[in-house]
Write a protein that binds this ligand. Structure first.
Ligand code: A2P
Length: 324
């Protein structure tokens, strides 16, 4: 097995620096095969969310590995996230119990508020922005830690001011935040803020989500043509120099920024490739060259307005860099 490194969160719990992302994988056979492959390779960190609609598939796979003794529960790290329609204080406990049932687990390692915008569902199944109560939701998440159903709690897609509001009133401070970070959108200020407050960052889309333009075109987002990270000439040059793939360079870059990563793949070779990032170093010069690729928020890939354009009008729509 390759050498897997961990990050230690502010509550003393360990989170493996690499996990498998599962967003968009909802086909049972595809996800089951990918997870079995990932577990064989040595992945122990699995990232899901109620919104991804695949917790039950993950639960079936984990149950087989756990009951056959191939893996111990304490060696697994499972993250799930409160759906935007469950981010209300009165819904947290029920949502956690529902996730646990689907995952067939006694506890969740890390529970995140998936995004700072809460929504209702209208009669046509559309998301309608609803008033939020982040502090109220957080208190209920703290109760879930007390009850032993959740080990660590954190946030996802929150900006610094939103994190700070929770941190200032929390009994249990956020241990983790999951946000988009890749060579074009490096979130330096947020990284500095998290370092200062001992919040481990898990980066999503750290490969720049190859294939995203195809996806956005398919859903009619023609305004969203994004440059590919893995085809960037600098990334390709550095990859050649290290005799690695561009994906390994993008992931290693994130690791050296002190982030954990959760690249999603359903391909056995790419799962192996993505896991094999602990036995080489990018030099300071490589890191500087990649840092020079920063293009700011306009190259952000995942935008909540994808759920519903009306979300941009929500007061907690998050994509602003605040706190000076
Ligand atoms: P696939 O599942 O066919 O491997 P992200 O997690 O950043 O959103 O990226 C997910 C996308 O990146 C998926 O389309 C996945 O496709 C692709 N991908 C994952 N690993 C690699 C890799 N090593 N090289 C190229 N593409 C990859």
């Amino acid at each position: 097995m390759f050498n897997v490194q961990f990050k230690i969160m502010n509550n003393g719990k360990k989170i493996p620096s690499i996990g498998i992302g599962t967003f968009t994988v909802t086909k049972e056979t595809e996800l089951t095969t990918a997870l079995n492959e990932a577990l064989k390779i040595g992945y122990r960190h699995i990232d899901t969310a109620t919104f991804y609609q695949n917790e039950h598939i993950i639960g079936n796979v984990l149950n087989k590995w756990l009951t056959s003794g191939q893996v111990k529960r304490e060696d697994l790290f499972v993250t799930t996230k409160l759906h935007i329609i469950d981010s209300f204080p009165e819904k947290v406990e029920e949502a956690v119990k529902a996730s646990l049932e689907k995952l067939q687990l006694e506890y969740i390692d890390l529970l995140l508020i998936h995004c700072p915008v809460s929504c209702y569902v209208d009669e046509n199944g559309g998301f309608v922005p609803a008033p939020t109560d982040h502090i109220g939701v957080w208190k209920k998440m703290e109760d879930e830690v007390d009850a032993g159903r959740v080990k660590s709690i954190g946030l996802s897609n929150f900006n610094m001011n939103q994190i700070e509001k929770i941190r200032a009133s929390a009994r249990i401070p956020p241990a983790n935040i999951q946000v988009e970070i890749h060579p074009y959108h490096q979130q330096k200020k947020l990284r500095e803020y998290c370092k200062k407050h001992d919040i481990v960052i898990v980066a999503y889309s750290s490969l720049g989500a190859p294939g995203v333009n195809h996806f956005y075109r398919a859903v009619g987002w023609h305004d969203h043509e994004l440059p590919g990270v893995l085809t960037n000439p600098e990334i390709v040059r550095i990859a050649k120099k290290h005799k690695r793939s561009p994906a390994q360079i993008a992931l290693r870059f994130a690791l050296q920024l002190d982030l954990a990563v959760i690249p999603k793949s359903t391909n056995a070779e790419r799962l192996k490739e993505n896991f094999h990032i602990f036995d080489f170093d990018l030099s300071d010069e490589d890191m500087k060259d990649i840092e020079g690729l920063e293009q700011g928020i306009q190259t952000k890939i995942i935008d909540l307005k994808f759920l519903s354009p009306i979300i941009t009008q929500h007061p907690e729509y998050p994509y602003k860099e605040l706190i000076e």
